[in-house]
Design a protein around this ligand. Structure first.
Ligand code: CMP
Length: 133
């Protein structure tokens, strides 16, 4: 099924100018970039975006981090886009990510893991609305 998902290139990857490499990786792997913009969000916006994690011990650091520098938010579309994107990203912790995945190639740590992707079609819709409505 053709789906849409939200992808974020996080501050660590934007800072290292990895955006074009990451975008062409998506395009080569059947994910079309329908929308893309560079933004810098506030801590409050990051806290709203990541509110599903609000009870987690890493929540505060996570929100500080996402709001620490420019990010690139994208709407990706393709066959099974949610799962495809998650496979292309690899495990959350770059140390555990498989060879050939974005987080293995570019991730620096579990916090600075270069990319975010929606975990379901339903959350994808919410996350796309968050940035593009
Ligand atoms: P992301 O896919 O953006 O979703 C939430 C983020 O929290 C995750 O990537 C990680 O960068 C970050 N994070 C930090 N610590 C942890 C942890 N212990 N487990 C899961 N995610 C974590």
């Amino acid at each position: 099924m053709i789906e849409q998902t939200l992808s974020i290139i996080k501050p660590d990857a934007v800072e290292r100018n990895l955006d074009n490499k990451i975008k062409s990786f998506f395009e080569k792997n059947n994910l079309k970039i329908l929308k893309s913009k560079k933004v810098k969000i506030s801590k409050e916006e990051a806290s709203e975006f990541y509110k599903v994690h609000q009870t987690k011990p890493f929540y505060n650091d996570l929100c500080n981090y996402l709001s620490s520098g420019p990010i690139i938010v994208m709407v990706l579309e393709g066959e099974n886009a949610v799962l495809n994107n998650r496979k292309l990203m690899g495990a959350t912790d770059p140390k555990k990510a498989e060879e050939g995945t974005l987080r293995k190639m570019y991730g620096l740590s579990i916090d600075k893991n270069s990319v975010h992707g929606s975990d379901s079609v339903e959350n994808g819709k919410k996350e796309i609305d968050f940035f593009f409505k």
